[in-house]
Design a protein around this ligand. Structure first.
Ligand SMILES: [Zn+2]
Length: 377
């Protein structure tokens, strides 16, 4: 493929700390030829966006001979369409864009300089409902601009599980989280990273949104379609549409959610109404609140097991587990309109007991003392 260098306007570059540029915005107008852009400053991740109906998957980017075809991001904002963030293996100064895109769009070239990656963290599986250790912002955010805003705090009614939709093979977790932080704060203009906690594929738990002097789990995040009151957001690094969740990362999630449920007396098997879903499970996936693939099929299918494992831990810690069969039945009483939709039903101990269309589900499931989870595909 032949590339031509051309003059492209770099319309803004944000200098938030001396000598470091965290965002360079590149404006692209209708491309008639393949184009390479050399940036003045280095970048470590990219995101494509525009204010109108941009089909990001028609865009091909090449950085250091690696080809990227971005997917649309599940974080939808009211005024823009965003691609998923594209993470680079090392910093770069050049991005090439294939021609044939019949409209203008923008690219944010984001920079999160690497820090010493020898952060030690050893997750030990436990069933004691104790708070698992996590890597603080002071460590992973080192050298990046600190957030400065008035925090909002919220009581948790629903724990929302996300995936980052990022790489399943990248092991430079701290750098990935630094890039996500730069994306959320610089491109989206959010006050801070959106999630309360982030769990890497090696089981390392990172503190997310900076709570200042208050508890980490009570600061209100920005992760649940603009309806974050009474939620806590946990993001699992990786794309769980494409791959299963690593066992150690799942164990870390069980530990973190068990601690939170024990601390706040949250019941893992019931629902708690939320503006996005009147029957939102206390432990929910992002997709329980709206149309998104997040947290990915592999992680979503683990949620009944997660609830069962958390319930087991809570029992060991002396808590009593309740189920709200009426809530569950209301949730499963789909109208005849959804009779042909695919559902998956789980027993209270997390075992899959039925998969098929709603109208073929044995009626006894609705009557029995089962906890029934329905996934409408
Ligand atoms: Zn999500």
């Amino acid at each position: 493929m032949k590339y031509f260098f051309c003059v492209v306007l770099i319309c803004s570059a944000f200098f938030l700390q001396a000598q470091q540029v965290f965002k360079q915005t590149i404006s692209i107008s209708e491309l008639e030829q393949d184009t390479c852009i050399v940036t003045e400053h280095p970048f470590t991740s990219l995101v494509v966006y525009d204010s109108h109906n941009l089909n990001v998957s028609e865009i091909t980017l090449i950085v250091d001979d690696e080809l990227f075809v971005p997917n649309i991001d599940h974080h939808i904002t009211s005024d823009k369409v965003w691609s998923e963030q594209l993470f680079l293996q090392s910093q770069s100064y050049s991005v090439c864009i294939s021609s044939g895109i019949p409209q203008s769009f923008s690219i944010d070239a984001l920079f999160a300089p690497e820090i010493d990656s020898s952060i030690s963290y050893s997750f030990l599986k436990s069933q004691d409902c104790e708070k698992p250790p996590y890597i603080s912002q002071d460590i992973w955010r080192s050298g990046l601009p600190e957030p400065n805003y008035t925090r909002i705090f919220t009581e948790t009614h629903n724990i929302i599980i996300h995936h980052s939709a990022g790489s399943n093979t990248d092991t430079n977790y701290t750098t990935t989280i630094r890039n996500i932080y730069i994306y959320h704060t610089q491109s989206h203009g959010w006050s801070d990273i959106g999630y309360n906690y982030i769990i890497a594929q090696n089981g390392a738990i990172y503190a997310g949104r900076d709570p200042g002097t208050y508890p980490q789990d009570l600061v209100q995040g920005a992760h649940f379609s603009g309806a974050n009151t009474n939620t806590l957001g946990i993001c699992m690094l990786g794309n769980y549409e494409l791959a299963p969740v690593p066992q150690i990362a799942y164990d870390a999630l069980v530990s973190l959610v068990s601690w939170k449920c024990a601390k706040d007396s949250l019941q893992p098997h019931i629902t708690s109404p939320h503006p996005l879903n009147q029957h939102l499970p206390v432990i929910a996936g992002h997709s329980d609140g709206g149309p998104t693939l997040c947290p990915g099929a592999h992680l979503y299918e683990l949620l009944p097991i997660l609830r069962a494992d958390v319930a087991d831990n809570l029992v060991l810690c002396g808590h009593t587990i309740t189920t709200d069969i009426e809530e569950v039945q209301a949730h499963t009483h789909c109208s005849h309109l959804c009779g042909n939709q695919l559902i998956v039903v789980y027993s209270i101990d997390g075992k899959k007991v039925f998969e098929g269309t709603f109208k073929k589900m044995p009626h006894s499931f609705l009557q029995a003392q089962l906890y029934v989870i329905v996934r409408v595909e």
